[in-house]
Design a protein around this ligand. Sequence first.
Ligand SMILES: [Zn+2]
Length: 299
Amino acid sequence: MTGKAVLFVHLRQVALVLAIGLVVAVVAYAVATHTEAIRAFTYDQLRDRGKAVALARTRGFMKLESQHYMLEYEAPDAAVAPMVLRTAESFYGPVTRDLGYTPHGKVTLILYPDREELSNSFGWASTQDAMGVYYTGVIRVLSPRVWTGTDDPVRMERSFRKNGPIAHELTHYVLDYKTAGNYPRWFTEGLAQYEEHRLTGFVWIEPESTFNQNLYTLADLTDRFDRLANQALAYREAFSLVSFVSERFGPDRLNALIDDLASGTSFDRAMKQHVGLAGDDLQKAWLTWVYDHPNRWNQ
Ligand SMILES: [Zn+2]
């Protein structure tokens, strides 16, 4: 090889290394600047797949549509299905307005005729007594025939509206679609209870959820909400935290926080920005507020 040829090969190698380096840098930059968009896209895809799986299991169910919902149900609920839809419609406007977001398309509701079928749809033990569940883009509801304790249509409708799960589960649904899952688990449970309380007056209180005991820390709620032994307490603390943010700083701050979650800001950063608190500072301020209202939380 002549000296010129060696130089040429050398230059080609340098050019190749530079080209590879450039491609790596561009990809790294794209990933770094679009991490949240990639996370949100992946989340939406997984949720859509979960929804498709849920709907594949309801083949043979009957269907009833309203302006904002698609309801699937089985024969034993033919008489209550229109009432369930009517009630669901009545919460749609308030919840979407309060959360500042209208989902695209119709909300999927599946009505299960008994606890066992509802539990089987998840693989839960049938002893768990949920009346409704939001999971992967679908609101699942236990038939009001099972738990309202009345056959009278008027009483059943009143009870379903007052004590039923629609306001709560629809809040989960709207927050989930608005933010593509960008929230800690305790926040969606706190917000769902807060909205439910605002619209129906319902509050979930159990003897074991009194605050007159050692409380879970904010870190406990954030890191392992579903694994905490006293779920009634975990839920009540979540409700209390969201109530604290809204009452102490104003509902506008709570809405601004949710808007930031929707644009991909991390929860701690959004809290810091709109409430001025995160982590230990948030826990301290929240507990001070709680102990300033002992009668409200110690019952
Ligand atoms: Zn919930």
